[in-house]
Design a protein around this ligand. Structure first.
Ligand code: SF4
Length: 395
């Protein structure tokens, strides 16, 4: 949206702005209330501003908020490209657009970032029981290969060396265009200046032989994030997932044996997760070569199948399980880092007071003190100090 805004001045202070665009999230009921509270607070603090709702919340809550006159306008995902024209509308409007649209905006620069994020697809064909995303993002559809490659070429010319592929369900890229993630990666790697490629997230069933063959390539970041969501088969079934523990275990070992760090998403406290399932899940997590985890405590989302499931897990129990899981994976990450202290290729981000942070190829954070400005620099590090809070190094 920012790259399409030509005739307006961007302000960082919404209390003084004439127009406030709320790029909303709707993934949990909590996210919905935060958006509603934010809109009400803006009505109080800056009553003359036009509040425009964008993002996923416009598809789930936009109609209601518009009818109740809580917002001046609503713009759906497909309308974001037209933001410059939409902001000129002086009558209340509800422009929800459609969920089949593919954005063709080419972003050539990311302010203050050393890594470039490239959106390669939108939407999701999965129907996980707890998830509202397909309803507000639509079915999976890929961006055109030439648009992606053009964007990567422009960003690489502008000095970006690391590229992170993102999307709603990134690994489904290509299935609607008779191509594949592996083919896209190969083409990207041939672009001058592309040094390292990361993939935001993959589903286990999306990893095919063609993809596994690429894992030895030097430009592949040596870390994959593969979303499992759980390790108990009963829970995977309740969640309507497409993976199962036995094949996940085999896949994870196959990739870890190639020297990869592996991360996952995991939801704790989904309805039906009793003590037996939890104990089984934890013993299975122990057997997985995991190095990173994004653990989420289940949060009820209206209009999903999981929201109707009985046997809910108490909040304090979910919290305890969340802690147990993150501590276990933290210990695994520590052991991994102790065995990987050499040849770390770190891309540093903007620093402050001579302290810089960056990520190595295994997606572990490294902190370094330096009098030299290391922002956006690649540094090869050996003998890093491994602490429980992360890796540290001196130049
Ligand atoms: S794959 Fe991800 S986005 Fe798609 S339904 Fe499942 S959790 Fe939601």
């Amino acid at each position: 949206m920012m790259s399409k805004l030509h005739e307006f001045e961007l302000s960082q202070d919404e209390n003084k702005s004439d127009i406030i665009v709320v790029n909303s999230c709707t993934v949990t009921n909590g996210a919905d209330s935060s958006v509603r509270n934010y809109i009400s607070s803006m009505k109080r603090k800056n009553p003359d501003a036009k509040v425009i709702l964008a993002g996923c919340g416009s598809h789930s809550k936009g109609e209601g908020l518009f009818e109740d006159k809580k917002v001046f306008g609503v713009m759906g995902h497909s309308e974001k490209e037209k933001i410059n024209e939409i902001l000129k509308i002086d009558e209340p409007f509800y422009q929800i657009g459609d969920l089949k649209h593919i954005d063709s905006t080419i972003v050539e620069e990311f302010i203050g970032k050393s890594r470039a994020f490239i959106k390669i697809q939108e939407g999701c064909d999965f129907r996980c029981s707890y998830c509202i995303i397909p309803a507000v993002r639509g079915d999976a559809r890929s961006h055109k290969e030439e648009t992606i490659l053009e964007q990567v070429t422009k960003l690489a010319t502008n000095g970006f060396g690391e590229f992170i592929l993102t999307g709603t369900n990134v690994g489904s890229y290509g299935q609607d265009h008779n191509t594949s993630m592996a083919k896209l990666l190969k083409k990207m790697s041939l672009i001058r200046g592309v040094r390292r490629i990361r993939i935001g997230s993959l589903e286990p069933i999306q990893i095919d032989d063609e993809f596994v063959e690429l894992l030895n390539e030097p430009w592949m970041a040596k870390h994959l994030h593969i979303a499992l969501q759980h390790t108990s088969d009963k829970m995977l079934e309740l969640m309507n997932r497409r993976n199962s523990y036995e094949s996940d275990l085999e896949l994870f070992h196959k990739i870890a044996d190639k020297g990869y760090a592996l991360g996952t998403d995991f939801i704790v406290g989904h309805p039906g997760e009793d003590e037996i399932e939890w104990a089984e899940a934890m013993s299975r997590v122990k057997a997985l070569p995991l190095t990173h985890v994004h653990a989420f405590s289940y949060s009820k989302r209206d209009n999903t199948v999981s929201a109707t499931m009985k046997q809910e897990v108490r909040g304090d129990i979910a919290k305890k399980r969340h802690r147990e899981l993150t501590e276990l994976v933290k210990a695994k990450n520590f052991a991994f880092r102790q065995n990987h202290t050499q040849n770390l290729e770190v891309l540093f981000e903007n620093g402050k007071d001579g302290i810089y942070h960056g990520f190595d190829q295994y997606f572990n954070k490294v902190e370094i003190k330096s009098e030299e400005d290391l922002s956006s620099n690649w540094v090869l590090l050996n003998n890093v100090e491994v602490t429980s809070d992360g890796n540290k190094a001196k130049l």
